[in-house]
Structures are given as structure tokens and as C-alpha cells.
Write a protein that binds this ligand. Sequence first.
Ligand SMILES: [Fe+2]
Length: 305
Amino acid sequence: MQYAWITDIHLNFIERADRQKFYQEIINTNCDGIFISGDIAEADCLASLLLEMEKEINKPIYFVLGNHDYYRGQVNEVREAMTTLTKNQDKLHWLPASGIQKLNDNTYLVGQDGWADGRIGDYQNTRVVLNDSRLIADLFEGRILGKFQLLEKMQQLADADALELQKNLEQAIQQNPTEIIVLIHVPPFKDACMHQGKISDDDWLPYFSSKIMGDVLLEAAQKNSSINFLVLCGHTHSAAKYQPLDNLIVEVGRAEYYHPAIQKIIKLDCEETAYLMFSSKNAKRLNCSIDQLEAGKGLRKKLIE
Ligand SMILES: [Fe+2]
């Protein structure tokens, strides 16, 4: 089994012919399904583009939404539409509605959209204003009232999603898997929020990270050291890999408007397995870096022997 991970594809910016080229690229990977960690399009065309993807690619699509997917919309309305889509379409799975997914005997998939929560960086003094507070009805109201009312709105959304993720993780953990893959949109740790090769600065971090999600993930991974957690996210458009614990890896995808890309193919089976064999524990065993371990098929084989 193998899955193509994509993120921040912003399909609304792309002509149909280019979208089709991208779908064909995905088909050519021979993947069994697709993971999307948010920012697929915008609220007014999200459902139709998801239906187009489903029809053209014809493989299961597991996804969460990003802040852009709510642009020109209202959070509850978009979520209702995604729940209906998940109910009615065989291959479309918005993870907050579909719940935990068993990918194979050892691996479960869970996901929640997630929102920046202003708890990392310097919200008090930042002058950054995101389009979120102009284009998402729920956050617009907050902005009209003031900066701290906006923060309250952001945190309400972020905290509710983190609580849902916590419940999903508990449910998945009860199935005794060895691996749990988590899809969220907003990076859960400061060290995963890169910008031009460096960690984002204190002005951007409040909008680029979700501390509450990080807390939930750390707690789950700390309590369950026999399970490996792989967290896939997007939002910052800058690639990052951060491993706060031996059994917890966070990867952020690199994205560019107008150029949707496949981030990586995640293989679950046999020798090619375990994306999570790139853990620092295994890297130490083989005396190499996590990146070398990921790049080297031979190294991974060595681990299985
Ligand atoms: Fe994005």
C-alpha cells in the first residue's frame, strides 16, 4: 500500500488543463490513495474541485481543510458541505467527518483541520494581518471587534479541533497499531514553521503554528512510546522536518501557488515500509542521519534484516 501526500495545492488558481496534468501525475504514482493536509481550494469551489479530483483520479482521497478552504465562506457551512460530501461520495473522506481510518493491520490514519492559535511568537506586538480575518466570516467578526477578540476566535477554533484530534488519537490508540499517521493543516511546533531556511519570526509564528495541537500530539506520543506518530501538515509552504520525540515526526510540505506538487509517496508495506524507520533511534543504530535513512532504500532494508 502506498499513498501520495499532497498539501496546499490551491487548485482554484489553476486552469483545468493544468489540474488534469496534476491529477495524471498522481495517477502515475500508482498510489492506493491520497492524503491532503489542507488548502485544497476556497469555499466557493471546494466541493466541485474535490468531486473533480475524485472523478479523475478515482482513488480514495483522505483530507483535512486549511484556512484557505474556508475563504469566502463560513466555518460551519463549509463543514456541513464536507460532511455531506463524505457521506455521499465513496472516495472522499474529510477526516473530521469520517473518523479514524484503518489503512492496514498496523497503521491508522486520523486528521483534523487545525487552526493557528496565536500562542507561539509575539501576538501582542505583531503587525501581521492575514487574509483569514478578511475572508473567513467567523474571523472577520473577531477582527471588527479588535485584535484580542480575533485571537479569542482563533483559539476557539484551534482548541475545538485539538480536542477532536485528541479524541481521534485515543480511539486509534485503542486499536493497538504500531503507526499512526496524522493529517493537520497548521504546524504544531515552532521548529516546524520555516521561512527561507530559518524558523519563522515572532511576527508570523502566531499565525503559522498551533501550540494546542502540539501539546495534544506530545502527550499522545509520550504516553504511547510503542506507537510511531507521523504528522503531515502544510500552511507555511516551507518544507520542514522536526522530531521532538523518538516516536513523533512532523513533516511540513513545500508548496508554491500555481505549481501543485506531490510531496512524497508514503509506503506502508514490507521492506519499503516504515516511513517511521527514519526515527532518530534507527538512525542512531545505523550511525547515519534521519535524511540519509529516508533517502537510502538499502539502509532501510538493513533495518529489516
Ligand atoms: Fe496554503
